[in-house]
Design a protein around this ligand. Structure first.
Ligand code: FES
Length: 593
């Protein structure tokens, strides 16, 4: 039988157009759009409005978009997606944008982290179930970044991340103000009686001046740096401001590049190697990045089968000096970081010091070192030189002891040096509500030597491990000029926050970790240099208290929250669901009709 021209076209192996790269591989999308039968008819016919050549075997590029008006930092993503599409078309691919649940850190309750794993499932199943050959992950706000990478990593197709970019610097009364960091600071000033509510409200409109993610080195910026350090973004991706036209240019380039990645079969597993994760850990220390990156990298590594653990964070971070002088650890903001040279300048500094796996592959097909070896540092005030770091040994510290048998973390660059070795009596809070009830009580038995202990805010306890670990200080101490105290919890804290805050204590209180049985007045000892976190009671006493402990009632019975509490792993394992660990690939599922 004589076949029509179209039939011959759709039956043939991939022969991409436009970029001159030929591939003999048959792409997975051809299982949908290739056949000349009723299934092929259905798949093509319902995709109305595309020209015939759109289904000629060219790469189908999914654009996974976390746009949402409820995620204000991702509200500009529609324009970015359009620019990605231009690049995809130009390179000979077919771009198809799809939404996934978005996670707006500022709006979502009880915490966006509760839904990170859910979104990762959304992403994974959306990619696997659809005619997608490669995917652009368009993300920005804190949890959207790990969620999208986790989901894509479990499919292992070619994937590239385009970050949304940070906001421009906040400007208030002649000074730069930073997302989150200055909210915490102003709030404490109000409680201390040093700032009026009118001034506080005035600052509100001055902080978020443009589209984009938080402009401090908070979790969003730290994750954007992690993306670039892992090799998942194009060079410069982390810091170009959202409002800068170069962000649009990069979106176009990302669209071009993902098509080539499909032809090269440059899958995530080729990039997400152990070396890449080690680079990311070192980079987080060098930029003074968020403690949240610890949890997210552990979860991402779990998806690709790289055995990463808290010890890796401690071992690799110990020798890393913090070079980037950004809030919350330092003075400047992401816009300044970009103008100073951005992450390429930091990567170059690490590479020159022998603290970078130079051969790690990146999405542009070059090694990380090839990308950055000539990167300039235009402003050594913002990106400090090795001879003048912001902090020596600034990597995340992992503490252990009878209070945290499976570890807890602390960010030295955000802590007060005089509290890094401390012994003091505990003031305990059984929940965040209990904390709110007690903290402003003038009769609360607390002073600057006390250790504030917050329980039941971990993965199962909150649930979702909210960012409440940087609990504010008692107003009566703020009024005396006290600005920091040791705080310990099983919660996380915002990457924009600061203080001597010990987080992610594992196991958490809600599953019977020792944190659950700390009592007011118990002495607690921390020694960050020795990596020690100790509750000064006898082993027998601790055992006896734990034997009397009763599991708290879950906040919600049934629904997603029940699944979450049943299957979430502890913080030291990345708080992923146990059943999501690993890569399940992207084999084409059976037909639907
Ligand atoms: Fe979305 Fe900070 S709230 S990036």
């Amino acid at each position: 039988m004589q076949r029509s021209k179209q039939e011959r076209k759709i039956q043939m192996k991939e022969k991409p157009t436009g970029n001159g790269i030929a591939s003999e591989r048959r792409l997975r999308s051809s299982a949908w759009f290739g056949p000349a039968d009723k299934d092929g008819f259905i798949h093509r016919s319902w995709m109305r409005g595309y020209p015939e050549h759109a289904f000629d075997g060219r790469p189908i590029i999914g654009i996974c978009n976390t746009w949402s008006e409820l995620t204000p930092c991702n509200a500009h993503f529609r324009e970015l997606a359009e620019r990605v599409k231009r690049g995809v078309w130009e390179a000979g691919g077919l771009p198809l944008e799809f939404p996934v649940m978005s996670l707006g850190e500022t709006n979502l309750r009880p915490t966006a982290m509760l839904f990170r794993n859910l979104v990762s499932m959304d992403v994974e199943e959306s990619i696997r179930g659809n005619p997608i050959d490669g995917v652009v992950l368009l993300c920005g706000c804190d949890k959207t970044v790990p969620a999208l990478i986790m989901g894509a990593a479990s499919c292992d197709l070619p994937a590239i991340v385009l970050s949304g970019g940070p906001m421009l610097n906040g400007k208030f009364r002649g000074k730069d103000i930073g997302s989150g960091t200055d909210v915490w600071r102003f709030s404490e000033e109000v409680k201390a009686g040093r700032m009026s509510l009118t001034v506080f409200r005035d600052a509100e409109t001055c902080m978020s001046r443009s589209t984009g993610t938080c402009n401090t080195m908070g979790t969003a910026s730290s994750m954007a740096c992690t993306v670039e350090a892992l090799g998942l973004g194009l060079p410069g991706n982390a810091a170009i401001p959202a409002a800068d036209s170069r962000r649009l240019t990069m979106a176009h380039q990302v669209g071009q590049r993902i098509v080539a990645m499909v032809h090269e079969d440059l899958r995530l597993s080729k990039i997400l190697t152990r070396e890449a994760f080690e680079n990311a850990i070192r980079v987080n220390g060098a930029v003074g990045g968020s403690t949240n990156v610890v949890i997210h990298t552990l979860a991402i590594a779990g998806r690709v089968g790289v055995k990463l653990c808290l010890e890796d964070w401690d071992r690799l971070g110990r020798s890393i000096d913090t070079l980037v002088d950004l809030m919350p650890s330092g003075r400047f903001l992401m816009e300044d970081f970009y103008y100073a040279g951005g992450l390429p300048a930091v990567l170059r500094a690490l590479g020159e010091k022998g603290q970078l796996h130079r051969d790690a592959l990146t999405v542009n097909g070059q090694s990380i070192w090839e990308n950055v070896k000539e990167a300039p540092n235009w402003n050594p005030e913002v990106i400090r030189l090795e001879t003048n770091p912001l902090l020596r040994e600034g990597g995340i510290a992992v503490l252990r002891g009878n209070l945290a048998p499976n570890g807890a973390v602390l960010k030295p660059s955000a802590a007060s040096p005089h509290l890094l070795r401390h012994r003091g009596p505990a003031v305990t809070f059984e929940s965040i509500e209990h904390y709110y009830e007690r903290i402003a009580d003038p009769d609360l038995d607390v002073d600057e030597n006390s250790v504030l202990v917050l329980k039941n805010c971990g993965p199962c306890g909150y649930p979702g491990m909210a960012e409440v670990g940087n609990m504010g200080l008692p107003p009566k101490l703020l009024q005396r000029g006290i600005t920091d105290m040791v705080r310990i919890s099983d919660a996380r804290m915002s990457g924009t926050a600061y203080g001597t805050v010990i987080l992610h204590t594992a196991p958490e209180a809600a599953v019977g970790g020792p944190l659950a049985v700390v009592r007011d007045g118990d002495m607690i000892e921390i020694d960050v240099a020795a990596r020690k976190l100790q509750l000064d009671i006898s082993e027998a006493e601790l055992k006896q208290r734990l034997s009397q402990w009763k599991r708290p009632e879950p906040a919600m019975k049934g629904g997603y929250q029940s699944l979450y509490v049943e299957r979430v792993m502890q913080a030291d394992k990345g708080a992923d669901f146990d059943f999501l660990v690993g890569c399940r690939g992207a084999a084409v599922p059976r037909e639907s009709h």
